[in-house]
Design a protein around this ligand. Structure first.
Ligand SMILES: [Zn+2]
Length: 151
């Protein structure tokens, strides 16, 4: 078994060094997306972005997204309307899709049917967004108009 050359943690776990590298990868993708937007060209495959988002989920949550979640992520990120069954993992698929869209768009909104779900999913996915350098805010009926505008 090998260990991380930087921090010494065994490679069976994702260490902070891996998350730091993922953060840098997302920053590079954001810069490239901005350059592509300026140049008027951009990729539509989302393959690289989806791979990185899945790896990010593994490193932050220490679980491997299921194939249906990965497919749902890629489809949602490419603006398709996606129907997933109960228990297939919509929360994670949408969080990963939001992460991918944040590479291309200056703001991304995830809407859900109830405030309870919004609060629960925001709290569970915040570590993912924080690790990868995206700002995340929760919009709610109790927040001030200014706070909701920021969200
Ligand atoms: Zn390390």
């Amino acid at each position: 078994m090998t260990s991380c050359e930087t921090c010494g943690l065994l490679q069976t776990n994702y260490c902070q060094c891996v998350r730091l590298e993922l953060h840098k990868c997302f920053q590079r993708l954001r810069q490239r997306a901005q350059q592509d937007k300026t140049a008027g060209s951009h990729s539509q495959s989302f393959l690289e972005e989806t791979s990185l988002a899945v790896t990010a989920a593994e490193s932050v949550f220490e679980f491997k997204p299921h194939n249906v979640q990965i497919a749902g992520t890629a489809a949602t990120a490419s603006s398709a309307i996606v129907e997933m069954r109960t228990g297939e993992g919509k929360t994670n698929a949408h969080a990963l899709a939001a992460l991918i869209r944040s590479i291309f768009d200056s703001s991304v909104h995830v809407a859900t049917t109830t405030e309870y779900l919004a609060q629960r999913d925001f709290a569970s996915n915040l570590p993912l967004f924080q690790t990868l350098g995206g700002d995340a805010e929760l919009s709610s009926s109790e927040a001030s108009p200014a706070a909701n505008r920021n969200a």
